[in-house]
Design a protein around this ligand. Structure first.
Ligand SMILES: Cc1cc2nc3c(=O)[nH]c(=O)nc-3n(C[C@H](O)[C@H](O)[C@H](O)COP(=O)(O)OP(=O)(O)OC[C@H]3O[C@@H](n4cnc5c(N)ncnc54)[C@H](O)[C@@H]3O)c2cc1C
Length: 381
């Protein structure tokens, strides 16, 4: 057993931390205010191999493993949960179906520029009446010669307001059910019939945009079908399974930031003639936060390590996502308590951590859905 990160991982972590502190931190305030991912950041990260990091070097990616990807998202989220969300969706959900199942043409046209940060991606699955129950989607695509005509509306789409392309799930044959009737298409910005109908304002993770997307008789070339017709739901589920570990990595970053801020504040803030951290009540909060963070980190790294060993890790990935996302909600709430009124003020980053964290038990499979997956994996009746 070896619980140490390799020298390579440690160097990577240091390099990413330094990049995030120098290059991302100064951009956060404006991105939070405008709800627009900082323009220019994707190409900068792309140049360093910090986005779409797991893909093949053939298309320009760094070919890093899942553990490195977790470390990367943890470091980005330590500075900004919202920026990490946009990076995570672009590096995984928005591109992975093209990387894993797309034609060479789609890889050259969309994946390669996405890896360099020159094109931004989004993932269109959720609809007004199809959230956890994604199979209830109403969006459909009908073949018409060498095109498909897509009709439907997707909501809550991360990167939606400014994405250059979206991987959209739609029924091509409802009679076959989700298992054989759903397909995935790449829809490019500017395609007639595709509009960003509204930008959706959010409680947290404001450094990345979220939108509703409408497809109204939107004609896409048949060559934009990802993989095989009818296999889309399987591709979507595979994508979401792989994304859970990355999602846990992002949760760790926000939890780490809230914990570091709390430890510092508890040493500096004096009440009743002593730093508040000396009160046992506050000291216990800090030790609990540190323990939760450590446990979440090792659960996440373990799932990532299993993934890198190409071992089956559905259960471990769901456990990591479930635990890390619940821990970050707890830790950011305790951070707010420790900071008192100052944490509640908008010029304190602590209120941002608190708002950002609240999302993480909801997206990419709610906590309840993770329990269902884990229950199935452990053979619960
Ligand atoms: C900021 C943000 C960004 C997002 N980004 C994207 C994106 O980029 N692309 C995309 O496609 N989607 C995205 N989503 C959608 C997200 O994945 C869904 O919100 C999520 O899957 C939950 O669906 P829902 O909101 O419809 O909730 P619902 O599914 O309606 O769930 C409501 C409640 O019911 C519970 N519930 C539902 N079914 C069950 C069950 N079987 N057993 C027990 N409890 C159940 C849920 O756990 C939850 O507590 C985003 C959402 C948000 C908020």
């Amino acid at each position: 057993m070896d619980f140490d990160l390799s020298e390579e991982h440690k160097m990577f972590q240091q390099a990413v931390r330094s990049f995030c502190e120098k290059e991302i931190a100064p951009l956060v305030d404006e991105a939070e205010a405008t709800e627009i991912f900082p323009p220019g950041l994707f190409p900068k990260m792309g140049e360093l191999g910090y986005i779409c990091a797991r893909y093949s070097a053939k298309y320009g990616a760094a070919e890093l493993g899942k553990l490195s990807e977790c470390i990367l998202l943890e470091e980005v989220a330590r500075i900004s949960g919202g920026i990490a969300s946009a990076v995570m969706v672009h590096s995984g959900l928005g591109t992975s179906m093209i990387a894993d199942h797309g034609s060479e043409e789609l890889k050259q046209k969309y994946l390669s520029p996405a890896i360099r940060g020159l094109k931004i991606s989004a993932f269109g699955l959720t609809e007004a009446n199809a959230g956890s129950d994604a199979a209830n989607m109403q969006t459909k695509a009908v073949r018409s010669g060498d095109h498909y005509i897509i009709n439907g509306t997707k909501i809550f789409i991360t990167n939606g307001p400014y994405a250059d392309f979206v991987c959209v799930a739609a029924y091509t044959d409802r009679s076959k059910g989700p298992g054989k009737g759903v397909s995935v298409f790449v829809v490019e910005k500017g395609t007639p019939g595709f509009t960003v109908s509204r930008k959706m304002e959010k409680l947290g993770n404001r450094s990345g945009g979220t939108a509703e997307l409408v497809f109204d008789n939107c004609r896409v070339p048949a060559s934009n079908l990802v993989g095989e017709e009818g296999k889309g739901f399987r591709y979507v589920m595979e994508t979401l399974d792989g994304g859970r570990i990355s999602h846990a990595g992002r949760s760790l970053g926000v939890a780490q930031a809230a914990y570091e801020a709390s430890l510092k504040y508890a040493s500096e803030r004096v009440q009743f003639g002593q730093p508040i951290g000396k009160f046992q009540a506050i000291g216990f909060k800090l030790s609990r936060m540190a323990t939760q963070l450590e446990a979440a980190r090792w659960l996440t790294y373990y799932a990532a390590w299993m993934h890198d060993q190409k071992r089956r890790c559905l259960k471990e990935a769901s456990m990591a996502k479930l635990f890390a996302s619940e821990v970050v909600v707890d830790i950011t709430s305790e951070a707010m308590e420790i900071h008192g009124g100052y944490g509640y003020m908008m010029d304190s980053p602590v209120q941002r951590y608190y708002r950002d964290a609240r999302l993480y038990t909801i997206t990419e499979g709610t906590s309840e859905i993770q329990h269902i997956v884990i229950g199935r994996e452990i053979g619960a009746p």
